[in-house]
Structures are given as structure tokens and as C-alpha cells.
Design a binder for this molecule. Structure first.
Ligand code: CO
Length: 199
């Protein structure tokens, strides 16, 4: 209970500071959100989308799951993507992974973890498809490279959804980006050219 009180106190202090900086902040946000970005990232507590991009509430629509996986049968991610593209009309979808991802690491292990193995199977499929690129790398490099390949493959999965294909057919501009985050220095980098629809 003590730790939860810390959160509620922290919230009060944060809300007060926001209002002090910008008295209209909450009344303006309560009326509407108009983010330009959809972030699809890992649930890892060390990779909070708003904080690491220095974005305020209202500026980024966020979906996070273990290892930033995008599967065409996942109603959750598809619903988020549809709302973001068709209603919010985001201009950018950012698939962001991170080095040292526990989900990707677990996918590389020959070990049962329970239900989550079904989810990790998607990452194992990527590892199998790109086997040649992972061959001969030491374990740390293998993990880093698979973290990158996982981002790139999932950005491609976003591009192949009916939601993005339909948006591009309508002439709606939505770019899809492949980014990765370094836990040890807090820096983001782009690891592949953006996948772009019609200009
Ligand atoms: Co992760």
C-alpha cells in the first residue's frame, strides 16, 4: 500500500506541475487527442514511449506487448492500428524494439516457458527465416541482431495489414519506421529505411 501511495502522490505532484507550466493543459487534452504517431513497442518497463521520445500526453498513441510483435491475427494490435490510422490519422507508425529484449532472448533459448512460448514462436520463425544472418555470431551479437530483425519483420507485418494497404490505396500518407532503443545509453536509432505509401 505504501508504494501505491507513492504513485498517487507522484500523480498529484505531476498534475500540479503540468498545470503550473500550462494552465489549459488538461482542459485542452480532455477535448480531443490528435497524435501524429503510433508507437508499437515492447512492454519492457525500461522503454516507456513518451519519456524516451520526450513527447507529452496526447502526442503518441501507444501499443506495447512482449517483444513488439505484430501478428495479423492479433485483434488487439489490429484494433489499435485501425483506430490510429482511420480515426486519428497518424502519419507515422513506429515499430520500436530494444537491444537486450527478454522476449527475444527467451525465443532464442531451447527451453519451455509456458503459454508465452506460443507468442515467442513468431520470433523463432523470424530467426529461422534469417538463419544465415545469425550463423556464426556470438550469443550477445545473435541476440542484438535478432532484436533488429524482429523489428524489421514486424514493421513489414504492419505494412502488409489490410489497414495499411487500404490507407495507401486511398492515398493516405502513413510511413512505417523500424527503430531500436539501447538500454545502456538511452538512445534510439533507425535500423531500416521507412516503408512508405503513396507520396
Ligand atoms: Co523487450
Amino acid at each position: 500500500m505504501e508504494s501505491l501511495k507513492t504513485l498517487l502522490d507522484g500523480n498529484k505532484a505531476w498534475a500540479a506541475a503540468q498545470v503550473q507550466q500550462d494552465p489549459e493543459f488538461f482542459s485542452r487534452l480532455a477535448k480531443q487527442q490528435a497524435p501524429e504517431y503510433l508507437w508499437i513497442g515492447c512492454s519492457d518497463s525500461r522503454v516507456p514511449a513518451n519519456q524516451i521520445t520526450n513527447l507529452q500526453p496526447g502526442e503518441v498513441f501507444v501499443h506495447r506487448n512482449i517483444a513488439n510483435v505484430v501478428v495479423q491475427t492479433d485483434m488487439n494490435v489490429l484494433s489499435v492500428l485501425q483506430f490510429a490510422v482511420e480515426v486519428l490519422k497518424v502519419k507515422h507508425v513506429i515499430v520500436c524494439g530494444h537491444y537486450g529484449c527478454g522476449g527475444v532472448k527467451a525465443a532464442l533459448e531451447n527451453q519451455r516457458h509456458g503459454l508465452i512460448d506460443n507468442w515467442l514462436r513468431h520470433i523463432q520463425n523470424i530467426a529461422r527465416r534469417r538463419e544465415g544472418e545469425l550463423e556464426g555470431l556470438d550469443p550477445a551479437k545473435t541476440l542484438d541482431r535478432l532484436c533488429e530483425l524482429n523489428v524489421i519483420a514486424n514493421a513489414e507485418n504492419v505494412a502488409r495489414t489490410t489497414i495499411i494497404q487500404d490507407a495507401w490505396d486511398r492515398g493516405q500518407k502513413v510511413d512505417i519506421h523500424s527503430w531500436i532503443y539501447r538500454l545502456d545509453n538511452g538512445l534510439l536509432s533507425s535500423i531500416a529505411p521507412a516503408i512508405q505509401g503513396p507520396r
